[in-house]
Design a protein around this ligand. Structure first.
Ligand code: AMP
Length: 387
C-alpha cells in the first residue's frame, strides 16, 4: 500500500508479477475522508469526498499524512493549508476536531487503509490481513509508528514499513540484477510535495546472503508540486479575465473552482500537446478565451522546477557526491510526466531517467514486490531497508 498525502493505491504481487488493484473510479483513491457534521460517522471516502470538499471544508479531511505522528507545534506550518480545525491531544499530538468529536490522524488514515483493504479483498476474493506500507524516507519513528497504528485500526498487520524511494527502486528491480553496488536518485514530484532521495543498493553477493537498500540522503520541500503550477496558470487566467472584464471583478468560490479545474486540465494537456485552448465562462455571456503554449507554460513553471533541482544539489552535497556518481534516476509522482521535468532531471544527473512505469503507481508496485519477497512467493533477493 502506498499511503499518500493526496492519493493512495494498493497493489498485489503474485506469480503474475506486481499489479495495481483498481477501484470503480480507477487505480488512485484520493486520501480524503468526509465526516458527518457532528464528526460521529464517515460519510464519504475517496473521489466522493474530494468532489464535495469545497462544500464541506470543515469536515472534509485531506492531507492527513502531514499530521501523522506529529506534535501540534511541529504541524503549525501546515495549518494554513488545512481546511479543518486542529487541536492538541496527549503529549501535544496533533488531532482534528470535527463537530464535537476529536479524531486522531491515525483514525483518518485507517479509513483510507480499510477502503484499500476492502478493494483488495474484492479483487482477490480472499481475506487480506497483512500488508507492506510505504512512508517517506524522512519519516521519523513516531510517524512510522503512527502509520503502523493506523493499519492496525484498519485490521491490517503491517509486515514491514518501507521507504517510498526504496519501493520505487524495487519496482524497477534496480540493483537486484546489477551484481554490484549501485547509487540511485529517486525524484518524486507530486501534487503538493517534492522529495529527492539518494539510495545505495548493495545486492547480496551469493544466495543466502542479504542485500540492502540504504537511504544516503534526502531533501525536498513539503509544499512544492503540481499545485503550484496550477496556481501560476490560475493567476495568468485571472489577469486575462480582469483585463477583459474589469479590474474590480472578484472571483466567487465557484469560479475559482472552475479556474482550478481548467488550469490543471490545460497543464496535463500540455504534457502531450504544444498548445491548449482554454475558455473561461464567467456566466451572463461573459467569456475569456486564452490559448497557452507549451513554451509559455515552461517559462511559467521553470522557477518551480529549478527549486527541485536545487534540492537535488543539496541531497548530493549531503551524500558527498556529484551528479556523475548517480547510476540510475527513477521518477515518481504525477508531475514527473511533465516533459520539462524529465529534461531538466536528465540534464542535471547526466542520465536519462527511468520512466517505463506509471509514476503514480511505482511506489505501490514496489511495496507489493517487497510483500512477495517477505511472503516467500518471490525469489528476488531479500533486502533490508536501512533507516
Ligand atoms: P501525485 O501527488 O503523485 O498523485 O501527483 C499529482 C500531480 O500530478 C497533480 O498536480 C497532477 O496535476 C499532476 N499530473 C498528473 N498527470 C500529469 C500530466 N500528464 N502532466 C502534468 N502534470 C500531471
Amino acid at each position: 500500500i502506498d499511503l499518500g498525502t493526496t492519493n493512495s493505491l494498493v497493489a498485489v504481487c503474485d506469480d503474475r508479477g506486481p499489479r495495481i488493484l483498481s477501484g470503480d473510479a480507477g487505480p488512485m483513491l484520493p486520501s480524503v475522508v468526509r465526516y458527518s457534521a457532528d464528526g460521529a460517522t464517515v460519510e464519504a471516502v475517496g473521489d466522493a469526498a474530494r468532489a464535495s470538499a469545497a462544500m464541506h471544508p470543515e469536515r472534509t479531511v485531506a492531507s492527513v499524512k502531514r499530521l501523522m505522528g506529529r506534535a501540534l507545534r511541529d504541524a503549525e506550518a501546515d495549518r494554513k493549508y488545512l481546511s479543518y480545525e486542529l487541536v492538541s491531544g496527549e503529549h501535544d499530538t496533533a488531532r482534528l476536531k470535527v463537530g464535537a468529536r476529536i479524531i486522531t490522524p491515525q483514525e483518518v488514515s485507517a479509513v483510507v487503509l480499510r477502503t484499500l483493504k476492502d478493494r483488495a479483498e474484492q479483487a482477490l476474493g480472499v481475506p487480506v490481513r497483512r500488508a507492506v506500507v510505504t512512508v517517506p524516507a524522512y519519516f521519523d519513528d513516531a510517524q512510522r509508528q503512527a502509520t503502523r497504528d493506523a493499519a492496525r485500526l484498519a485490521g491490517l498487520d503491517v509486515l514491514r514499513i518501507i521507504n517510498e524511494p526504496t519501493a520505487a527502486a524495487l519496482a524497477y528491480g534496480v540493483g537486484l540484477r546489477a551484481g554490484k553496488p549501485q547509487t540511485i536518485a529517486v525524484y518524486d514530484l507530486g501534487g503538493g510535495t517534492f522529495d529527492v532521495s539518494i539510495l545505495r543498493v548493495t545486492p547480496a553477493e551469493k544466495a543466502g546472503e542479504t542485500g540492502y537498500f540504504e537511504v544516503v540522503a534526502t531533501a525536498g520541500d513539503t509544499h512544492l508540486g503540481g499545485d503550484d503550477i496550477d496556481q501560476a496558470i490560475i493567476a495568468l487566467l485571472m489577469d486575462e479575465v480582469r483585463a477583459k472584464h474589469g479590474l474590480a471583478l472578484t472571483f466567487s468560490g465557484r469560479v475559482l473552482q472552475t479556474l482550478r479545474d481548467l488550469a490543471e486540465r490545460a497543464k496535463v494537456r500540455l504534457s502531450a500537446e504544444d498548445a491548449a485552448a482554454i475558455r473561461v465562462d464567467l456566466g451572463e455571456g461573459r467569456t475569456v478565451d486564452r490559448t497557452i503554449t507549451r513554451a509559455e507554460l515552461e517559462a511559467l513553471m521553470s522557477p518551480w522546477i529549478e527549486r527541485t533541482i536545487d534540492r537535488c544539489r543539496q541531497a548530493l552535497r549531503d551524500a558527498k557526491m556529484a551528479p556523475g556518481d548517480i547510476d540510475t534516476v527513477a521518477l515518481v509522482g504525477g508531475s514527473t510526466r511533465i516533459p520539462l521535468v524529465r529534461r531538466r532531471v536528465g540534464e542535471f544527473f547526466g542520465a536519462a531517467p527511468y520512466t517505463a512505469l506509471d509514476p503514480d503507481q511505482v511506489v505501490a508496485l514496489g511495496a507489493s514486490v517487497q510483500g512477495a519477497v517477505l511472503a516467500g512467493t518471490s525469489r528476488a533477493a531479500l533486502l533490508f531497508d536501512v533507516i
